[in-house]
Design a protein. Sequence first.
Lengths: 260, 428
Amino acid sequence: MLSKRLFCTISIFLCALSLSRAQDLDSLAVGYERIVFEGASLVEVNDALRAKALCYKQAGRYKEASATLSRVRLFALTPEERTDVLYQQELCYLLDGEFSQAASLVAQVGDGSPDALLLHALALAYAGRYDESQIYAARYISWDGPSQRLPSLLDLYAAKPREYNPTTSLVMSFFPPLGHLYNDAPGEGVLSGAMNLAALAFTVANFVSGYWVTGLVGGGIALNYTYMGNHQRTAFLVAKHSQNDAVQFGDKLRAFLLSE
Amino acid sequence: MKLTACIAAAFLAGAVALAQEGDRELLRKADFCASVLKEAPATGANFVEKAMWEARRQMTGRDIYEPANYMFLRQASRDLGVIPAFFALSDRILRDTRLGTVRAVPDPADGLIHEGPEAYSLKRKDGLRPLARDPATSVLAISAAATHGSGLRPSNAGPLAQSPASRPSLRWVSGEYAFTDYLIDNDLKQDARSLLFADGFHPSDTLTYLRGWTLYQLKELEQARSYLQNVPRGSSFYDKAFFYSNAISAHLGDYETPAAKLKEYSGPYVELKEMQLAGLALLRDDPEAFKSAAESFRYQDHALQSAEHELDDIYTSRYQTRQKSPWLAAAASALVPGLGKVYAGQLGEGISTFLITGALGAITAEHWVKDGPKDWKTIVPAVLTGILYIGNIYGSYMSVSIYNTRVGDAQQTAVLYNIHIPLRTVFK
């Protein structure tokens, strides 16, 4: 049962939300923490933690908000409250740029509201899980019935970023500059290919001319740098593409879904 | 009560609804630029440096050192001079391998080894220097993290706390001890700061102490020291604040002021006073002052005996043990490339240096035998070998100096640790 004290602090919280002043929100956060400190029941503690997390969220301190929500004792909540806490946590993770963590909460939050569907679509898109994201995005815009925006959404997903397979990239990089070309970096590929070719030519030319030591040692060192560097570079390019493309696509999807 | 609960629940639901109405706006405003991986050459790089950066990306995929080698030459030329800069760069290239960096400790924030031209300057020439430290990784930070919950006790309110001339709307901070302790103990230090720095408290020694203690936990050392130094003599927090402020001063590189204050101290913690004085003497590189202070060590107080032994050991190691010779390292590297590095304790760097210099030497020898000494195919690798060979000697000389500096720095850190950590036990 909620106490009078909690009732008062919630009232204060509502006032502060309307004021939106960071200093008020800080003070309120401390006030809620005091309720946790003195809390007689799990209900009071959970309510205070949830309210405190909202303070942090309003103040733009998403990391602290998600950390506060993770202190909520979920077992003491009703299913609706539990869903709301997890929803807020997913939202805070997403706003904090922790896309994988946000996406990991999708199944737990469920899909009982348009807000949840919107959040899942975005979290999964930013995490690079486009196919799953598309399902939630389509359900979101069709929440109130068939939507005329569905074809546009499908067009958007049809232009989703290419997925770069790290294994394929690794195999291609055994034959420079194919790894670079696979990663859509033709300029870098030409440079890498030229460097590898020069190192190989240096090695072969020395062997043919009878300079065994120079060919073995000098060529070995040069190829070690150019060939192994080519492997490392392509591995980095895969990671870079996956991350940056997902953020770019997520931004486009966000603009589309929120443009209604 | 049921009515109250219903109203409260309605308000809570309203709060949640109000917050969720703002969620879309938050999503709309969110900026995820920081999540994008970006690559760019160092700021201010010229055309040649940019080209080297591009080549470097294709050859190793990453930089190990910061500043990267392609930016190092320019900075080293400015700081060390052109010729030493070339040799320093040569030494760096010899070390810039997986083997050469096996014992290096990268910065956890970016995974890079931060080593500029200053690594090739002889820092110990003018004696020990104060350590410029990052509070987040310092011994003080470790201690602050370890003292959660150990320092807050209700006080016998000091003279300021008993002042009757207080505004009626203000409250005393004494009632917040347990809560402040809870906040710090649960890593909610920002909340503790919000609580203590909000208006509404009577000025008191307790408030000054609690503010200083909270700032200390937040690693805001300059401000923490200011507050702790202002705790008045009559306060029950005075001794603790006094010794902690001395430790903070030492940590911030000020050794003279706390030493002078300690000499005037006449409280009950006499042995602790002498222990801090001995530590400060070591930090100031003053062996006579250390011997004078160490005469008071009794090695019997369990809170202090370990620190006293440690300080004795540091004194012995620093003033009674022979240091490694840079000249011997240089001579060893002249004899066998990389041997001086091994002597300096850098086995990986030594092997890396030996392999690269040896490989170039072997190439030179092959061409010398087959083409003669005047052929360009001999001259080019010979010049490269010569530069790397001299760089190896220069680097070995410096590595011993760097080694000695590192040993000195480690000792300074150990001294700071030992004049600070025992405070946790003493004032528990």
